[in-house]
Design a protein around this ligand. Structure first.
Ligand SMILES: O=C(CO)COP(=O)(O)O
Length: 254
């Protein structure tokens, strides 16, 4: 079902102690200040903190725990890796897959991401599947073609039932960590396009029910404008999710 979600991707930041202090501030501020709106908050700390941070989140409310990656296999001799089932067992409900940093630095391609998606879904996790073009692709006016291919090759192999569990995040690479946010019109244009592709691959109902988040230099100043767009259902926030006041303001932007 389509929801409003603000997700914080901490990436490889904080110590456990700093992360605990951050989340306790966020929880307090959100509980004091965010009233009425149904926005769901997903916190995605690094693997070693998941269990501890998860326990700090008020249960049964708007807060949910997410991970930033998972391995494609259920278990076995894969030293240093973390399975979807492990994440589920420590309380994660979501997992980010296909982030451009993983595609770029860890060479995750559509084939591997398809396997990771299957593994996440089999473990009962909800994937937050990221797509997004580089500056070069945008300047060559190939954005739509590129996004269409990422969706087709990485995501649309899922069955209707599987796809129901997926949140899509549009993260233009040129906007990530750069301070260059997509304008609300640029975001809306691509979000509407993604929804159209979902309607084609599945049906209108699936398209209407899919939550599509925007990510890339979203902050307390621009969130309201971005979230006011009809096809922008929330944000996947990097840098600003590490500052309790900024993150709370973004949550309040609905
Ligand atoms: O990559 C992002 C979230 O996954 C966005 O990062 P920034 O908000 O730091 O640009």
């Amino acid at each position: 079902m389509r929801k409003n979600i603000v997700a914080g991707n901490w990436k490889m930041n904080t110590t456990l102690q700093d992360g605990q202090a951050l989340i306790s501030e966020i929880v307090n501020m959100v509980q004091d200040e965010v009233t009425g709106s149904q926005v769901e908050v997903v916190v995605c700390p690094p693997f070693p903190f998941l269990s501890v941070i998860g326990k700090q989140l008020p249960q049964g409310g708007r807060f949910h725990l997410g991970a930033q990656n998972c391995h494609q296999k259920e278990s076995g001799a894969f030293t240093g890796e973390v399975s979807a089932q492990m994440l589920q067992s420590v309380g994660a409900e979501y997992v980010i897959l296909g982030h451009s940093e993983r595609r770029q630095y860890f060479r995750e391609d559509d084939e591997l991401l398809s396997q990771k998606l299957k593994a996440a879904l089999a473990a009962g996790l909800k994937p937050i599947f990221c797509v997004g073009e580089s500056l070069e692709t945008r300047e060559a006016e190939d954005t739509f073609k590129f996004i269409e291919k990422q969706l087709k090759d990485g995501l649309f192999h899922l069955s209707n039932e599987e796809f129901d569990q997926v949140v899509v995040a549009y993260e233009p690479i040129w906007a990530i960590g750069t301070g260059k946010t997509a304008t609300s019109a640029q975001a809306q244009e691509v979000h509407a396009f993604i929804r159209e592709q979902i309607a084609r691959a599945y049906d209108a109902e699936a398209a209407d029910n899919t939550t599509i988040l925007y990510g890339g230099s979203a902050n307390a100043q621009n969130a309201r404008e971005l979230f006011s767009q009809p096809d922008v259902d929330g944000g996947l926030i990097g840098g600003a999710s590490l500052k309790s006041r900024d993150f709370t303001e973004i949550i309040k932007s609905f």
